[in-house]
Design a protein. Structure first.
Length: 174
């Protein structure tokens, strides 16, 4: 069951410092969109999230989005952020995560997957050897099937990180 538990957990992506990621040996990121970067029912990326993505790029981290969201929403998010989405698959299929690794041109041990759901974002990334970071969902509004997965996450305590560590607070990263 350890594949269902994230390596790290925090409230929001903006708490994840680029320098801290680098200190872990991370060179690339696969990032979920819905309820990780923006509300499930919205395509608007908040300014603080756009600024965070830019700070990752300044640190030299490669980024791709890995999302089950609909095409029009993915394209609007790409336009707002300048970050491309991996297409042609669905999470949690391992082939979709492998496609993300190919886009990054990095081995799994140099990649972190960031998302808000254990079943779709963390489980397979752990199995493939990526670092996993679970964030709290931005909104309670969700895809109907996702609500069932979230109940399982809480019932089995899968949201607790393996090592009980969280990234350092903003401004205190390595």
């Amino acid at each position: 069951m350890s594949h269902f538990r994230p390596d790290f957990a925090c409230r929001s992506v903006t708490e994840i410092e680029p320098g801290w990621l680098r200190s872990l040996g991370i060179e690339g990121l696969l990032i979920d969109i819905d309820n990780t970067l923006t509300r499930w029912e919205s395509a608007h990326i908040p300014p603080e999230v756009r600024e965070w993505l830019e700070s990752l790029r300044r640190e030299g981290l490669s980024i791709y989005f890995l999302s089950n969201g609909r095409g029009p929403k993915r394209r609007r998010v790409e336009q707002q952020t300048g970050v491309r989405c991996v297409t042609g698959g669905v999470k949690p299929l391992p082939s979709f995560f492998r496609a993300g690794l190919r886009h990054l041109n990095l081995p799994p041990e140099k990649v972190a997957m960031i998302g808000d759901m254990v079943f779709t974002d963390i489980w397979v990334a752990n199995r493939l050897g990526m670092t996993t970071i679970l964030v709290d969902p931005i909104s309670r509004i969700d895809f109907p099937v996702s609500k069932l997965f979230r109940l399982m996450e809480w019932a089995f305590r899968w949201r607790r990180p393996k090592n009980r560590l969280t990234p350092p607070p903003s401004g205190q990263g390595g």
